[in-house]
Design a protein around this ligand. Structure first.
Ligand SMILES: Cc1ncc(COP(=O)(O)O)c(C=O)c1O
Length: 393
């Protein structure tokens, strides 16, 4: 049975990359909170400071080791308010107005907003089914150097990319490191979907394959727990870490939030992640079934191996403005292609986030979406055409 939407949110919420409310461990967190506050609460009279609560940094260290097979120093891990804060610190430290910053051609809209705020010159590198094309990266970095405007840094979401869902294979990660080293450009690796792999072999992070100082790594607890916790972090050796910390002046990340989450994750991290993954994998299958049935004849997509997003190629004759109006009328939230395009082009794509929406609502949401897409087509197939299959759309 379909669930009721809250008053202030769309009924079919394919909008933001968030986990399923059913996986949020309210009771266990309440128990953890009571325990840790009783034990360590008086320490909360102090400011957290630049690095943040050590217990959660330990959790991040264990997570990195288990996911990527590499030990990192506890002083190389700095907590942030979500992973958005490290992205802001990267921009404050390295994004100079007018200077080039390299990104995937489609990338996270939040990051694009931060980089645009700093008025950088966004240089976009094409993606294929395996992620950023390293040959094109090499050409772009070469061109920038020759023009006397070398890239400030490369920002990449190499695993379960937002929005495209692509994952860079290990050989290409090595190529990326080689190309970046050749042109002496630092890589910022945003890895907030690292744990959410539903099929295929794990791939080590770029940071784990790099020489110290080549890569700054960004992680988050938002995608396995919830963005409401506002807990993320970055990992970097002192040479890079201190350049970011020079721009931090907020007193630190909430020790209260960090100690509760650390207390919970110390005993439950891997069982909790397994639970989140199982539900997400099942929802992705439901989404694919719905897409096959409702828009298989007009849209195309590649199947991600993990993450929270399905990037959907729309028919070329779709009027994207009209589509936005129609989907909103249908109670659907989803990401427009344009919001993820580094060059701000009106592209015929949509991003469907499947983490938050109730699994029981996916089929109807996609059916309504399919209906809206057909009605937004301006070619022969469109112009308000009737839905192809009444049972579905
Ligand atoms: C690639 C990427 N980076 C960073 C963020 C920000 O997440 P948070 O600040 O909640 O950790 C998001 C959120 O969707 C994201 O997709």
């Amino acid at each position: 049975m379909a669930t009721q939407a809250k008053d202030d949110e769309p009924r079919f919420n394919f909008g933001a990359g968030m986990p399923d409310p059913k996986t949020f461990p309210s009771r266990d967190l309440a128990v953890a909170a009571a325990r840790v506050i009783e034990r360590e609460g008086s320490s909360l009279v102090r400011y957290p400071g630049n690095w943040g609560y050590p217990g959660l940094r330990e959790v991040a260290r264990e997570r990195f080791h288990r996911n990527h097979g590499v030990e990192v120093g506890i002083d190389d891990i700095v907590l942030g308010n979500g992973s958005m804060q490290p992205i802001n610190l990267v921009a404050a430290a390295w994004a100079k107005a007018g200077a080039p910053v390299v990104v995937e051609e489609f990338t996270y809209s939040g990051t694009l907003g931060v980089f645009r705020h700093h008025q950088v010159d966004l240089v976009s590198i094409p993606l294929d089914e395996q992620g950023m094309r390293t040959d094109a990266l090499d050409t772009a970095l070469q061109r920038l150097r020759q023009a006397g405007t070398p890239a400030q840094f490369i920002y990449t979401i190499a695993s379960h990319q937002n929005p495209s869902g692509t994952t860079l294979p290990v050989e290409r990660r090595r190529e990326l490191l080689e190309v970046a080293a050749k042109h002496e450009v630092v890589i910022v690796e945003d890895d907030c979907y690292a744990d959410l792999r539903y099929r295929g072999a794990e791939v080590p992070s770029i940071y784990a394959l790099a020489e110290p100082g080549q890569v700054l790594y960004i992680g988050s607890f938002s995608k396995i727990l919830g963005p409401g916790a506002r807990l993320g972090y970055f990992i970097a050796p002192p040479v890079l870490r201190d350049q970011l910390l020079a721009h931090r002046s907020d007193g630190g990340t909430s020790s209260l939030a960090a100690m509760i989450v650390a207390e919970y994750l110390q005993g439950h991290m891997w069982s909790h992640i397994a639970e989140v993954k199982a539900l997400m994998a099942s929802k992705l299958m439901t989404l694919h079934g719905a897409l096959d049935e409702c828009v298989g004849d007009i849209c195309s997509w590649t199947r991600p191996t993990g993450g929270l997003f399905q990037w959907l190629k729309l028919p070329d004759d779709v009027d994207t403005d009209q589509l936005q109006t129609l989907v909103a009328r249908q109670g659907i939230a989803c990401g427009s292609g344009r919001s993820f395009d580094a060059q701000d082009r009106d592209i015929a794509y949509l991003r469907l986030a499947f983490g938050y929406i109730d699994q029981a609502d996916i089929m109807e949401g996609v059916a309504r979406l399919g209906d809206s897409i057909r009605k937004s087509q301006t070619g022969a197939a469109g112009n308000g055409a009737e839905p192809r299959d009444a049972a579905c759309c």
